[in-house]
Design a protein around this ligand. Structure first.
Ligand SMILES: [Fe+2]
Length: 346
């Protein structure tokens, strides 16, 4: 496995780059905007292909690199379903699995620092975001934080992992890089409390000042969505109602770009061809399945995904190879469902 812990000294943020092998798919956790060039260089040097960029929560102390990484690599952006960000490609919830080639992360909802805080667990390690820090815990006094929820997240979720599980936090300000669940249970001063009420009293007595970047970072981080307006302005988008009549007239090939787990969870639009976004590039090129299908049948491609971000990027890729009638359903299956469109669960 390739595993890199990267540090942004300005905000004290840890960013993690993961891949199962050289030449393979990579995933990044909590990238910082100012460091994006550095990540891209490292990804290139390690011969990796970035396919997913994940934020553990909406950050208040730095601007996320999610949007910039997506714009340069066309990767899938991922956050929790509670996040107040405008658009991400994929939203996850407790119990989901986040997958790239050769690696799987278990998604654990750990609210408290914010109401959209998640932890991500692999076999021997857990990425705890700002829920559990080394000898500390993330503050709970803004962004819908809750000391009580954090107590539950830490004591009933994270501390139930095996003692030897490595803890990789979202921040450190003292120079520590890694800990273990057992070590934190024993030595983390915030966790030496009798019950949730005692934890709440401790957290509510901290009286911290707001992060310097907060007024800039939070609004910036809420606007990460790929500009679907631009795709619409070019005439490459349809709304759910238009999509229904297009699908009915057989001139259109509907393509679902989501992953199998998303289709199982949220259902699919009937009659769609399934091609995960991660395979799009090979399918859309000359000789690829989608390219040849569109060319041979003279039918129009109509892409959709969860919220319209992956499909908007797919439309651009299709137009780049000359498939000039390709369009997408703006807002994805989310918008389709809100418009009363039928869905099948398989
Ligand atoms: Fe945070």
């Amino acid at each position: 496995m390739i595993f890199r812990q990267l540090f942004d000294a300005t905000s004290g943020t840890y960013t993690y780059l993961l891949a199962s092998r050289r030449g393979g798919e990579a995933l990044i956790v909590d990238p910082v905007l100012e460091k994006v060039e550095r990540y891209l260089k490292l990804i290139d040097e390690l011969d990796l292909r970035l396919v997913k960029a994940v934020d553990t929560h909406l950050h208040a102390d730095h601007i996320t690199g999610l949007g910039a990484l997506r714009d340069s690599t066309r990767c899938i952006t991922v956050m929790g379903e509670q996040s107040s960000v405008d658009v991400v490609s994929m939203r996850v919830t407790d119990g989901d699995a986040l997958r790239i080639e050769g690696l799987e992360l278990e998604v654990i909802y750990t609210p408290g620092h914010t109401d959209d805080s998640y932890s991500f667990r692999m076999a021997d390690r857990v990425f705890t975001g700002d829920t559990l820090l080394i000898r500390g815990t993330g503050r709970t006094d803004f962004q819908n934080g809750s000391a009580r929820a954090q107590y539950e997240s830490i004591f009933n979720r994270l501390l139930r992992l095996p003692d030897e599980t490595l803890v990789f936090p979202g921040h450190d300000y003292k120079g520590d890089t890694v800990s273990t669940i057992g070590e934190e249970r024993r030595w983390n001063p915030r966790l030496q409390v009798a019950d949730a009420a005692a934890y709440e009293a401790l957290m509510n007595g901290l009286n911290l000042s707001n992060p310097k970047m907060m007024d800039v970072a939070v609004p910036a981080n809420q606007r990460q969505g790929f500009a679907q307006e631009e795709i619409a302005r070019l005439g490459w988008a349809v709304d759910a109602l238009q999509a229904r009549s297009l699908i009915a007239d057989r001139q259109t090939v509907l393509v679902d770009l989501r992953e199998p787990a998303e289709r199982r969870k949220d259902g699919a639009i009937p009659g769609a061809l399934h091609t995960p976004y991660s395979n799009l590039q090979e399918n859309i090129q000359h000789g690829g399945m989608l390219y040849e299908l569109a060319a041979a049948t003279n039918r129009d491609l109509l892409f959709y995904c969860a919220f319209g971000e992956r499909s908007a990027m797919a439309v651009r890729a299709a137009h780049d190879v000359g498939l000039n009638s390709a369009r997408h359903i703006e807002g994805g299956i989310d918008a389709w469902k809100k418009a009363g469109g039928p869905v099948t669960i398989d």
